[in-house]
Design a protein around this ligand. Structure first.
Ligand code: MEV
Length: 432
């Protein structure tokens, strides 16, 4: 499989799309006349978000914002090969993900459970224990109301799962919160769960004689945890066995350090989110919700820590990477169902279930993290970044497509990567 993607980065966008089409992973055919008529095909125009649809999606719509959409190759997750759609503006992200994926090999990922949590908050509670008791002893009735408010989800095998309560002491007094966990099937479940909460809240108000402050889902998705793990033979890290040992050792040190210094942990996790957000955007998922939940999860011990860990397994001579994070994702509903690019992206991922999508996304985060810290503890980040940044600089200073390669080459030779140098090179090229 990997052979098909050798030199993928050197091909034209058209050639890349043809490869994906031949694999049966993308319906886009550029030459629509060259068709047998047997298969369903799409043109690039078919997967753009129509203005009329976009106008229905948000208030005060004017036009679509565009981001480059690329494909990270070489991924194998739970023995299945994937090309991963990523919408991102940062030049090195897809290159790093693809390189990382090649090195880490088969990633074993598992979504442990997939429930969304919502909360109904009562403020100014004078007798919190009593109020908790009242809510807890009426759990069954509240559960029935919750089920009735999510009938369709219940029919599909999802719906409310558990109700529990907790008291928080604030400056203004006690807050008593009722939590409801909810299985949203393949959707993210925000609307369905918010409806449930807003239906249960009035009954809680009556039972407790307290008016709820708010009823809303939580993005701290502790009931939607995904883990991903890879095992890299240390010997594969470099041709020089001594150097390979040193790289593995330094990756493990970098991982240890990201557990203890929040300044580093933040950047470590930003690198992970580079890959994760790009897939979430491409697949129409709510990346703000995931960002909020992931960073809260990174702080769950009271200290903000790296989401991934890398350790050397001396018994197998492998570098073992693990990541654990909350990913409440969806493959239906909201933007996903109406955005044709998101549909194309899901096609490319073989129309995964929400669990499978979360497993792929966690794996992308792990591979992305490997690529970043490997670069950091070896050649440094700038070499790779700068090579890719040269193209953006050339375009930024106005080079046209026939000039870009030459400007990039001269920028790299000069070793100076800034727009002044790019302008100077372009002027010289144009004989000015
Ligand atoms: C840059 O966008 C991401 C990195 O800084 C991540 C990291 O430092 O681990 C390279």
């Amino acid at each position: 499989m990997n052979q098909i993607f050798n030199g993928f980065y050197k091909k034209t966008p058209q050639e890349r799309l043809e490869i994906l089409h031949k694999l049966g992973w993308s319906k886009i055919r550029l030459d629509l006349t060259d068709e047998t008529g047997l298969e369903e095909v799409q043109s690039i125009d078919d997967i753009q978000l129509p203005n009329l649809v976009a106008d229905q999606m948000i208030e005060n719509y004017v036009f679509n914002y565009q981001l480059p959409l690329g494909v990270a190759v070489n991924f194998i997750v739970n023995d299945i090969p994937y090309s991963v759609p990523m919408a991102v503006e940062e030049p090195s992200v897809i290159a790093a993900a693809s390189n990382g994926a090649k090195k880490v090999g088969n990633i074993k990922a598992k979504m442990l459970k997939r429930e969304t949590i919502g909360q109904i908050v009562l403020p100014n509670v004078e007798k919190p224990m009593l109020i908790q008791d009242i809510i807890n002893s009426n759990e069954q009735e509240l559960m029935e109301i919750a089920k009735a408010a999510s009938e369709n989800m219940v029919k599909r095998g999802g719906g409310p799962r558990k109700i529990w309560t907790q008291t928080f002491e604030g400056d203004s007094g006690a807050f008593v919160t009722t939590y409801i966990s909810f299985d949203p099937c393949e959707a993210m479940g925000a609307n369905a769960l918010n409806t449930v909460l807003e239906n249960v809240a009035p009954r809680i108000a009556t039972l407790t004689d307290h008016e709820p402050l708010m009823s809303i889902l939580s993005n701290y998705a502790t009931e939607a945890i995904v883990t991903a793990r890879c095992e890299i033979p240390i010997i594969s890290l470099d041709k020089d066995a001594m150097l390979a040992e040193e790289i593995a050792h330094n990756i493990a040190l970098a991982s240890e350090y990201a557990q203890i210094d929040p300044y580093r942990a933040t950047t470590h996790n930003k690198g992970i989110m580079n890959g994760i957000d790009a897939v979430l955007i491409a697949t129409g998922n709510d990346w703000r919700a995931v960002e909020a939940g992931v960073h809260a999860y990174a702080s769950r011990s009271g200290v903000y820590r790296g989401l991934s860990k890398w350790k050397i397994d001396h018994s197998t001579n492998e570098l073992v990477g693990e990541i654990e994070l909350p990913l409440q994702l969806a493959t239906v509903g909201g933007t996903i169902s109406v955005h044709p690019t998101a549909q194309w992206a899901l096609d490319l991922l073989h129309q995964p279930t929400a669990n499978e999508l979360a497993e792929i996304v966690a794996s992308v985060g792990l591979a992305q993290n490997f690529a970043a810290i490997r670069a950091l503890v070896t050649e440094g980040i700038q070499k790779g970044h700068m090579a890719l940044q040269a193209r953006s600089l050339a375009l930024q200073v106005g080079a046209d497509l026939t000039e870009v390669d030459e400007v990039v080459k001269k920028l790299r030779e000069s070793g100076i990567m800034n727009s002044t140098k790019a302008k100077e090179i372009l002027s010289l090229l144009r004989g000015k």
